[in-house]
Design a protein around this ligand. Sequence first.
Ligand code: ARG
Ligand code: GLU
Length: 659
Amino acid sequence: MPSLIKERIKDMRRMGFKLKADDVYSDKKASLKDAVMQFGGGCTGEFISPEGLLLTNHHCGYASIQKLSSVEHDYLTDGYWAKSRSEELHVPGLTISLLERMEDVTDRIAAGESKEEIIAQASKGKGCRASIEPMYYGNQHYLFVYRVYKDVRLVGAPPSSIGKFGGDTDNWIWPRHTGDFSMFRVYADANNEPADYSADNVPYRPKRYLPISTKGVKEGDFTMIYGFPGNTQEYVTADAVEYVTNISNPMKIALRTTRLDIISEAQSKDVATRIAYAAKHANIANAWKKWQGESLGLERLGTVAKKATYEQEFATWAADKPQYATLLDSMHTAYEKAIPGYFARELFNETIAGIDVLNFALWLNSQHEKGVKLTADVQNVGRKYYLGDYRVEIDKAIAKQMIGEYVARIPATEIPAQLTAAIDSYGGVEPFVDGLYNGTQLITKYPLTHDEIFADPMVQLAVWFAPQVAKNSNYAYRNLSNVPSVEKWYREYMQALREWDKERAFYPDANFTLRVAYGTVTGYENVDGEYHTHLTTLDGIMAKDNPEIYDYNIPQTLRDIYARKDYGRWSIEKGGKSTIPVCFLASNHTSGGNSGSPVINGKGELIGINFDRTWRSTMSDIEFDPDICRNISVDIRYVMFVIDRIGGASYLFEEMDLR
Ligand code: ARG
Ligand code: GLU
């Protein structure tokens, strides 16, 4: 944790870090933390100029770029480069959060202060947002105070053929050649404070921004990642890992394979469908691919068996300690009780909630239950969200499979009785779904009257599912182990572990709060005898380039530059030839949410932007293996090369500190 970095600074310095602990984090003076932000809901970004210019990933800016695009201005396909400040495009709804300070408030809460009071007190400043986050399953509580800036504008993005090069084919894979970056600028009022969008706003002046190293990386160099990782589960017991590997992942992978097959087939037949379903496909495929790597990795490491042995040793130690002696049994029982409900929610999310029009119906019903009147405007909001980029044939094919899978995988007693009866009366799931789509007006008619909505068969089905939706909300926690009936035991378990396992370095699981990870630039042995080196180059892009393959079709400008070897100041020598560095590997422990995180060298300079892990390291959310686990970053020199040579936006260099 940044505020505890003192405990690690010696080790960091031994590995090549040159700065001091309060250069990394301080709530008194400007520190590296002031250059880092949470970008949107789930990504990280970093300032690279005194005038609020920031970098994040292309996949983090994707939704914003899409929102600003139209058929005439397709910034996703063509890229976008503001040629001056006045061409920077405000993104409605996009915010960035800057951490002002973090504070351990465990003692204040123990002394009787309420969390609500602490939060209310801390969120008084303009644009301030405060939250208290549990660490170690609630053994400690930290207060985080953020400033939220709402005027964020798109400055530049490469075409998707660079920013998303390799697409889902290369996702989670090394060697990698994705130019996964985009640029935005934060605007503030005249006092540098958060303000709603206004033409009068001025560029935000950050307390700290990152200089850019143009020197490049070599194997063994110190690297540090500063960002907002979302979810790790380092301390869970064998029961939790077994749930992931034996129950949850296999179910989710199988169901997503079915959905992806349906979508891919439709996409392969029609270009417009390929585009309409591109983002959905990418979303479904991202976790689908990750879970497969995770399951394989956990199996290879034998994590379940290792955890079981560890727990046996713990039990031996705990046997004569009354407060801990039965702890593992209690945890085991708590898991047994929680699993059916947690599984039901996950299954529902992967099946029923994978059907777009049914999701729309569920949303309408939940709005109605909340007392919202289903006016034309309200219906329109839902239509846009659930039925934008929609193909009814795809959705219906998915519905046939997913409703079938749901009733096959959930205990019969949990299936809504009306649904069972309806499937019976139609003579099976398929004819039932045909009837459903023939009967519904949700897709074809707008606006609908209240009576039409509640007579609609799709909405009826949603109403039948309402009790299940209510049950699911009792299990709406990040992981099975965070379900309160399970989590309460983890508070004691964490205390006991820290008493027992004195040598172990404990740090709280990732939870979308600001963290530091450090490691070195390094390749790894992928399989016996096959070493993956740490750096990829433009030559690798050219080797993959293929106009026939959507994911590998690079812009013509890049081909031309390659043909002329017109690299300017960004070229490097490799094997006696000049080329451009593209992506590199390092050994930092990262997780989802670390996308867009700055990769910082020993001198505190920016050397890359983190955007992925290798497929074989995805089990690191549960067990990090230093031999195998690698994070993937886009080399900052490739970013600069693209801004300069592809974007023609080298004027942006004037406000950066290029070293
Ligand atoms: N795997 C990266 C992450 O977990 C990148 C995802 C975006 N790219 C994609 N091809 N879907 O988010
Ligand atoms: N791509 C991930 C994200 O969007 C980060 C990579 C990872 O999960 O390691 O947060």
